[in-house]
Design a protein around this ligand. Sequence first.
Ligand code: NDP
Length: 289
Amino acid sequence: MPRFSGKTVIITGSSNGIGRSAALLFAQEGANVTITGRNSDRLEETRQILLKSGVPEKNINSVVADVTTSSGQDQLINTTLAKFSKIDVLINNAGASIPDATGATGIDQGIDIYQKTLQLNLQSVIEMTKKVKPHLIETKGEIVNISSIAGGSHAVSNFISCFHEPNCFQQPDFIYYSCAKSALDQFTRSSAIDLIKYGIRVNSVSPGVVATGFIGAAGLDNEAAKKFYKHMAAHKECIPAGVAGQPEDIATIILFLADRKLSSYIIGQSIVADGGSTLMMAMQFGDAM
Ligand code: NDP
């Protein structure tokens, strides 16, 4: 029997990228899935990918919703319960670094950008966790949050200006995004301790550079995004593995953390999957001589 047969999984941010890949893997492994995002065309693409891979229509609940709104969150949960009667797994994956349309960088970015960034990457996770908690208590379920290596102990701002060809790219800035992901890591740890007494496990994945819609959502156009991934893969001081990650590289870890048989003793941890990026020192010796 497929390992997630009979399980119901909500995957936020599954209209694209990592969430889409996770939805496909869960559904192929027998799960009922609630897929969601704001963009109805992209969400329908995800649904079609699942159907074409042989997932039965009855196993998919597709919901266009903004996960930062209370009504959007309720819609996700209520339609899931109406269709599948229970919730076993919550994947808090929706996230983005929201660009400041004025072009401001660093702490010159508006406080409204800070608020929107925190609302999406942190607050919506807290709200979804609170709302799904009673249902996960019933099923002794799992939560997997998608964080980022940007939440680590190093500084993260306009890192694209650190590149060897700084003028090649538009300049997204990750200062508020990295604050949100740091706080999310702390929420993962603390909520894991709070919820394990009910039998609910919470863990997270911290990806490095993964080729998805992320860098476009952060403000780069298609050409610049391609250049970005090419540049990062070509510079082993950025990604020692020499390749940008693919959504499935992260999705397989999400499934591992959602699979109690495989990962039951892991509580409140984050698995870093970044091709080695975080092992590199900021200090590069290339130009020293
Ligand atoms: P994508 O941009 O490809 O996907 C992001 C998903 O989040 C989309 O489905 C998008 O849907 C959804 N989303 C964004 N805002 C909202 C909102 N307000 N309401 C509902 N859904 C929303 O990026 P990734 O797949 O890369 O991102 C997935 C997670 O991985 C994020 O948490 C991101 O921070 C994290 N991550 C990604 C990295 C990377 O290099 N790709 C690196 C580290 C972490 P829609 O637009 O339809 O609303």
